[in-house]
Design a protein around this ligand. Structure first.
Ligand SMILES: Cc1cc2nc3c(=O)[nH]c(=O)nc-3n(C[C@H](O)[C@H](O)[C@H](O)COP(=O)(O)OP(=O)(O)OC[C@H]3O[C@@H](n4cnc5c(N)ncnc54)[C@H](O)[C@@H]3O)c2cc1C
Ligand SMILES: *[C@@H]1O[C@H](CO)[C@@H](O)[C@H](O)[C@H]1NC(C)=O
Ligand SMILES: *[C@@H]1O[C@H](CO)[C@@H](O)[C@H](O)[C@H]1NC(C)=O
Ligand SMILES: *[C@@H]1O[C@H](CO)[C@@H](O)[C@H](O)[C@H]1NC(C)=O
Ligand SMILES: *[C@@H]1O[C@H](CO)[C@@H](O)[C@H](O)[C@H]1NC(C)=O
Ligand SMILES: *[C@@H]1O[C@H](CO)[C@@H](O)[C@H](O)[C@H]1NC(C)=O
Ligand SMILES: *[C@@H]1O[C@H](CO)[C@@H](O)[C@H](O)[C@H]1NC(C)=O
Length: 574
């Protein structure tokens, strides 16, 4: 007697999938003795089968062509808690000690969203359990179990991502949102913060270091590298960690000089969906061999593998540094200066941040900094070198270029205190914007940060048009841009009454970025909330090739389901 663990599948494709797998005879669940054969029945166009994972694998792996469209798939079939949750919990407790997992509601909530994101999960989008793995081997054993049972797994590092990257979309009662075959299941969150948070090795001579996924980037710099005169470049939110930075290909203010996460990982150790442990490559700076798997995992948002160790690149900290602040009448003069600078090939600029007139107004208004500011489009430069003379020449370059572009003022910090003071404008953007938003819209003001990138030559047009939308909608927006990379955030302030308008304006920015040969996300990533824009940006075929890779590496679709693009034809969300 075959127990029915799975939901009915009523798609033609699923029928083929079922029949083609008969020879495979691979079973996900080993319980219920004698379940050695899959039973199939076709009832009035409905195909049903028991709970083998194999039943839907072959179709995904061997359809003709090079891509997997959503319509080629049937819904993933995950563990059905009604029948198998106890069994799963038992097996899990054999692998994970009691104190290394949590079912506490507060822990569950803390791993479901953060207080920054607008994209709060629905009440039922919660993980079943938080597991704190000890090491790579341990992660592998947990993955093997989850693979066997068809349990979704979400890796969790700093929890600061804001586009819904770690939402437990697959859950008990998830069918409340869709009258489809999307199945109820449970989700495991793998949190590395308890054990896998160590700096394992610093190879100062090679400028790299080996870290575990829960190492906080800021701590790596402050506690380990600073004293060696070294630094790790990518910087996201203050609490972001290497694992999550790999997940979203984090960048931040330093990316102009040191690159994004994509340029800063040498090799890594990854646990695949079925528990296989791989190392992506060895440690030399270059290698011409084979596919670049390191690059494949970066930006994959936990959908392809669990990173358990990474060797990251380090850079030499400049010995001499200064900050410069340059103001302009017009935004396009500021972007012009950035273009000129890039074209001249001037080296030694470690960051170029743009704050628009609205932002400067908010900063000046809030008084969070110790001085008053010109309320004009402003560029902040971080300049650095190992050599004082070179730095002085760099300063001359900036002076010259800012004059050529008709700046209204150009200042340099002479002392560390002055540096701190000038950079304080950049540091206070978030709270200053909120302060000003409260002033305009009352105490319940909300704020949402967009994140788009376009070629630098389109930057001022895209910023101007975006701000016009914001103003036309009766809202207030402030701009902070990592302009060297053509990447900027618009912080849109609004309240409950004009929320819908705000959402429209915000969506419009992604669409505009794409229209100007840009991207809907420069650094925050896609998660669940920007999937439609990623499809708009790259096209269905490109997404279908990505989906083919996903299906090849994670045929059971257990790794962070539903992020980046859809993997389930029954998924009705945007
Ligand atoms: C106030 C604020 C400011 C920010 N500023 C910036 C900025 O300047 N630049 C920038 O780039 N981003 C910024 N961000 C976004 C965020 O900090 C980054 O996306 C960061 O990289 C997320 O890291 P995390 O450790 O918090 O990741 P998490 O949120 O924990 O995870 C992010 C993704 O990575 C996956 N993941 C986590 N660990 C692993 C692992 N070990 N293996 C595989 N996948 C894994 C997760 O499943 C998830 O999909 C900001 C966010 C906030 C709230
Ligand atoms: C959100 O903020 C509240 C109140 O400050 C805090 O108690 C809670 O832990 C925060 N939640 C998360 C997920 O960070
Ligand atoms: C990278 O490769 C080197 C050399 O094989 C190895 O020592 C190191 O552990 C690897 N790092 C990771 C994260 O796999
Ligand atoms: C592979 O990808 C990584 C990450 O994007 C990148 O740092 C590296 O330069 C690429 N090439 C090689 C040969 O590793
Ligand atoms: C900036 O704020 C200060 C203090 O509120 C104010 O005196 C000054 O006029 C403002 N600057 C501009 C350009 O508005
Ligand atoms: C600066 O002013 C000069 C002279 O008026 C003008 O030719 C030039 O186009 C201006 N450049 C910018 C970027 O404003
Ligand atoms: C969206 O952008 C288009 C094209 O730039 C513009 O016409 C429209 O008014 C914008 N809508 C909103 C709500 O901002």
């Amino acid at each position: 007697m075959t127990i029915m663990f799975r939901a009915f599948s009523n798609r033609i494709g699923c029928r083929f999938a079922s029949s083609s797998s008969q020879s495979g005879n691979r079973f996900r669940l080993g319980f219920g003795t004698g379940i050695a054969l899959v039973s199939f029945g076709f009832f009035g166009g409905y195909a049903w089968s028991s709970f083998t994972i194999a039943q839907n694998v072959p179709l995904f792996l061997s359809p003709a062509g090079s891509k997997t469209s959503l319509k080629d798939l049937c819904s993933p079939e995950y563990l059905n808690p009604t029948f198998a949750l106890d069994k799963f919990n038992n097996r899990l407790s054999q692998i994970v000690e009691k104190q290394d997992m949590s079912f506490l509601q507060s822990d569950i909530d803390d791993h479901s969203f953060n207080n920054y994101t607008l994209h709060k999960p629905q009440d039922n989008e919660r993980p079943h359990v938080i597991v704190y793995p000890r090491d790579t081997e341990h992660v592998s054993r947990i993955m093997k179990l989850c693979y066997e049972f068809g349990v979704p797994v979400i890796p969790f590092a700093g929890g600061t991502s804001i586009e819904g990257q770690f939402v437990s979309t697959r859950n008990i009662n998830s069918d409340k949102q869709c009258e489809c075959e999307q199945q109820d299941t449970v989700t495991v969150v793998l949190d590395f913060n308890k054990y896998m948070n160590k700096v394992l090795k610093i190879n100062a001579d090679d400028l790299d270091c080996v870290v575990q996924p829960a190492v906080v980037a800021k701590d790596l710099n402050d506690e380990y590298l600073d004293k060696l005169g070294l630094l790790f470049g990518p910087d996201g939110a203050p609490g972001c960690e290497i694992g999550g930075q790999i997940g979203t290909s984090c960048s931040g203010t330093n990316a102009f000089r040191y690159g994004t996460m994509k340029e800063n990982v040498v090799n890594m150790t990854v646990v695949m969906a079925d528990g296989t442990i791989i190392k992506t490559r060895q440690r030399p700076k270059k290698s011409s061999n084979g596919y670049n798997l390191t690059g494949l995992f970066i930006g994959s948002e936990g959908t392809l593998g669990v990173v358990t160790e990474a060797t990251v690149k380090l850079h030499v900290k400049p010995v001499y540094e200064t900050i410069s602040i340059v103001s302009f009448q017009e935004l396009n003069q500021a972007t012009k200066m950035v273009q000129l600078l890039t074209k001249k090939g001037i080296l030694g600029i470690n960051a170029i941040e743009l704050l628009d007139a609205n932002m400067m107004k908010a900063i000046n208004f809030s008084g969070q900094t110790s001085r008053s500011w010109k309320e004009q489009p402003t560029l902040l430069f971080k300049l650095g070198s190992h050599n004082k003379r070179i730095l002085n020449e760099l300063i001359d370059d900036i002076k010259g270029l800012s004059k050529d572009t008709n700046c209204t003022s150009c200042e340099f910090a002479d002392t560390p205190n002055q540096q701190e003071e000038l950079w304080s404008a950049r540091k206070s953007i978030f709270w200053s914007s909120i302060d000003y938003g409260r002033h305009l819209f009352g105490p319940d003001v909300k704020i949402w940060s967009t994140d788009i990138a376009v070629p630098v030559s389109h930057l001022s047009t895209v910023i101007d048009d975006s701000l016009k939308d914001v103003t036309d909608a009766g809202l207030y927006g402030t701009i902070v841009g990592h302009v060297g990379d053509g990447n900027f955030h618009c912080l849109v302030m609004y309240n409950k009454e004009n929320e819908q308008k705000a959402l429209k304006v915000i969506d419009n920015m992604s669409i505009r970025a794409i229209a100007y040969e840009g991207t809907c996300s420069g650094e925050h990533g896609i998660g669940t909330s920007k999937r439609k824009f990623l499809t708009m940006e790259l096209g269905d075929d490109t997404i279908s090739v990505m989906r083919r890779i996903k299906m090849a590496l994670d045929p059971a679709r257990i790794l962070n389901p539903d992020k980046l693009f859809k993997i389930d034809p029954a998924d009705k969300k945007d």
